[in-house]
Write a protein that binds this ligand. Structure first.
Ligand code: BGC
Length: 723
């Protein structure tokens, strides 16, 4: 973080203890927005004195630049120290122009797309008065029942690390005081995605080895990339909620990783220590959280109620309070707030910067890069000269495709599939038949006849299926992750009527799509694509753009396979043939098998890529040496396309059992028809390290397999030795 001008230490020395504690509290904007108008208000409900509001250091959940400017102005008039407030929000996949959900961004396998989208979001959010975003969310996930899988980049620690670090760098830029940049906050530390049975806020019980190997790397990568803040998670981790977990917050975060940024609790997480049953007193909750390094308490007021008393009793040190305040004021300073407390935010600027054609273009290109062609038996792309098109299903003309956590994005600003196709093919005759609802408990089939008639009468049918956008995101776990309601029945009837059919799937998670897969010739996963989802779908369906996304989280065949992930350790009883569905005494599920329907890394294109060779300059790697790997790929099809070259290793023998495959590098390349390119990767010893049984991070000499291709269908394999 670049140092600015303010003398922070001098400022702290003139602050009273109450003023210092005020910096450690974050409240919703409605506490400030109308504080002069009402006698009663949210502050009274929470139990905070109205006078104390003048000292509060930061806020969240405000609505646009005007509200922010008004709050900041009033605050600076009232605060005798003239310390500006910090304005924070969840800018997860866009501010007003919404781009695809993070799980989809993972599927782009394209850090450049992530950078472009993050910079756009920072520009818009900053114009709207936001200074810190609660991004990136890098919780590692394996269980699609959990609704918050939509906020992560998926089931691979390396991919998650790359995408998390990319977001940090793109949002923050080189200089936080630049008005187009935002500070970032990595979350939710740690292992929130390990919630038992995918139920949100549920217990997380995992070994230290598993934690270090799969769950922690992405948080660490964000810290290494310079993230300014960190948010502990709601969950218990091996018995202790993260916010009060000394091992996690002190030993790992501070002592081992040396994190020097600001730590902020999750929403009311300090207060929830009582619900967890860690204590029956808010005073204990304050002591535990503060002494574990939580600088700012979000939306509970135990610090306000008790820190002063805890200092007097010697249970919390004033020096530690000063240090926490210093971290917060240093961040304010780095953002340039002392000289520029509103950073140029205004409703005029917001209107000028947000949802511009350029930003819509970025969002559309991102949605195109993220969509994954799961299956294609040759029906796609449809011809642009198709005359009669039937758009069938609950998402046929729906604008509810921006996804959860879309900040200030609005449904009615999204382009629906119908609108996208109409704009692309103005002369086509398009019939829209919703057919049924996407809600799990709405089973009405009254729309089926109309839908089947439309399918019969069309040259091409597009089924627009999925789960409602509010079925994923915080608090939205599902026990059945199929297409909700009667959508499968609708699809089956339409497919009987017309085989020239492709399905679009809108979802915040991998769904179980076996029925659809068996019946439908082509399936394009759109995720929740954001503001330009319909335009992207149209371009992809009619071949203006070639799909290039790859699955970022395995699509299970059945919910009973969850948790499911490609990089699982070897078992002592693997199946002879992975595709077998019944082999007694093998690690397997009868009838279903243990392979996913679509594995991590899978994704088709309208062209063909041939992996021609993988060449290693040496097959022996020394501890401080490297192996250069050159992978040559040819586009052997007849149209341009993009391929994600994925490099995996398998450590064959180790003192702790290793994953059967592990992604160590990837690169997305563009190839015109007939073009050949060579991608160069480097392998070095640190990439081969793992956490052994005693939780030491080591590498062991021995043999490794190297694959290039997809997780379960490697195209080329070679071996090397670490000596
Ligand atoms: C979520 C966080 C979010 C915070 C503030 C919480 O409920 O878990 O991810 O940053 O609210 O909106």
């Amino acid at each position: 973080m670049k140092k600015q001008k303010t003398d922070i230490k001098a400022l702290i020395s003139q602050m009273t203890i109450d003023e210092k504690i005020g910096q450690l509290i974050q409240l919703n904007a409605n506490f400030f927005a109308d504080s002069s108008a009402d006698i009663t208000g949210p502050w009274e409900k929470l139990g905070i004195d109205k006078e104390a509001l003048k000292t509060i250091g930061s806020t969240l959940n405000f609505h646009g630049a005007d509200e922010m400017v008004a709050i900041q102005k009033k605050h600076l008039e009232e605060d005798r120290n003239k310390i500006p407030m910090l304005f924070m929000m969840d800018v997860i996949h866009g501010y007003r122009t919404i781009y695809p959900i993070p799980l989809a961004m993972g599927a782009s396998f394209d850090p450049e797309t992530v950078t472009e989208c993050s910079k756009m979001a920072a520009r818009e959010a900053s114009a709207g008065g936001i200074q810190v975003t609660f991004t990136p969310m890098v919780d590692y996930v394996r269980d699609a029942r959990w609704g918050r899988v939509m906020e992560t980049c998926g089931e691979d620690p390396y991919l998650n690390s790359v995408m998390g670090a990319t977001q940090v760098k793109a949002f923050q830029g080189d200089d936080l005081s630049d008005r187009d940049n935002l500070a970032t906050c990595v979350k939710h530390f740690a292992a929130y995605g390990g919630a038992e049975a995918g139920r949100d806020y549920n217990t997380v019980e995992i070994s230290e080895r598993l934690l270090r190997e799969y769950y922690l790397p992405a948080y660490k990568a964000c810290i290494d990339a310079g993230v300014t803040m960190l948010m502990p998670s709601f969950n218990t981790l091996n018995g202790v909620p993260s916010i009060a977990n000394k091992w996690l917050m002190k030993k790992v975060l501070k002592d081992e990783w040396g994190f020097e940024g600001v730590v902020i609790s999750d929403y009311n997480a300090v207060g929830e220590l009582l619900k967890h049953g860690m204590t029956d007193s808010t005073k204990d909750a304050a002591e535990m959280s503060f002494n574990c390094g939580c600088d700012i308490e979000m939306m509970s007021i135990t610090y306000y109620l008790h820190l002063k008393e805890l200092i007097a009793e010697g249970k919390v040190s004033e020096k530690a309070i000063d240090e926490a305040v210093e971290r917060i004021l240093t961040l304010k300073d780095a953002l340039g707030l002392f000289e520029d407390p509103t950073r140029g935010a205004s409703s005029e600027k917001e209107a000028a910067v947000c949802l511009t054609p350029e930003h819509r273009d970025i969002s559309r290109r991102a949605a195109e890069a993220c969509a994954v062609l799961l299956k294609n038996d040759g029906v796609l792309p449809f011809s642009e000269s198709t005359k009669k098109i039937a758009l069938i299903g609950p998402f046929a003309d729906s604008k509810e495709i921006k996804g959860f956590w879309a900040c200030c994005g609005k449904d009615d600003e999204c382009v629906s599939v119908y609108e996208g196709i109409k704009a692309l093919l103005p002369d086509a005759e398009i019939t829209v038949a919703r057919g049924c609802s996407a809600q799990w408990n709405e089973l009405d089939k009254d729309g089926f006849d109309e839908a089947v008639a439309a399918a019969k009468n069309a040259d091409a049918v597009i089924l627009c299926l999925g789960e409602p956008q509010k079925y994923s995101g915080e608090g939205n776990s599902r026990a059945d992750i199929g297409l909700p309601g009667v959508q499968n029945e609708l699809a089956a009837l339409c497919l009987e009527a017309n085989k020239n059919t492709a399905a679009l799937v809108f979802s915040g998670r991998p769904l179980t799509l076996c029925e659809l897969d068996a019946a439908c010739p082509a399936i394009l996963e759109m995720w929740f694509p954001g503001s330009e989802g319909g335009s992207a779908a149209a371009n992809l369906l009619f071949g203006k753009v070639n799909p290039s996304g790859k699955v970022s989280m395995s699509f299970p065949k059945a919910v009973g396979q969850c948790p499911i992930y490609y990089n699982h350790p070897s078992t002592g009883r693997p199946k002879r043939k992975p595709e077998d569905v019944h082999q007694p005494y093998a690690s397997n599920y009868i009838g279903c098998g243990n392979l996913p329907l679509y594995p991590f890394g899978h994704g088709l294109s309208y062209t063909e890529f041939t992996y021609e060779s993988m060449e290693l300059d040496t097959h022996e790697l020394t501890k401080d040496g490297k192996i250069t790997v050159k992978v040559t790929v040819k586009n052997t099809g007849d149209r341009a396309g993009k391929e994600v070259v994925q490099l995996y290793i398998h450590d064959l023998y180790a003192s702790a059992v290793r994953p059967i495959q592990q992604l160590v590098a990837f690169e997305k390349i563009s190839l015109s028809a007939g073009e050949t390119k060579t991608v160069t990767f480097e392998i070095s010893e640190p990439m081969l390290r793992f956490w052994d049984a005693e939780c030491k991070h080591i590498s062991e000499a021995g043999d490794f397999d190297l694959f290039v291709g997809y997780a379960d269908h490697p195209y080329i394999k070679d071996t090397f030795k670490l000596i």
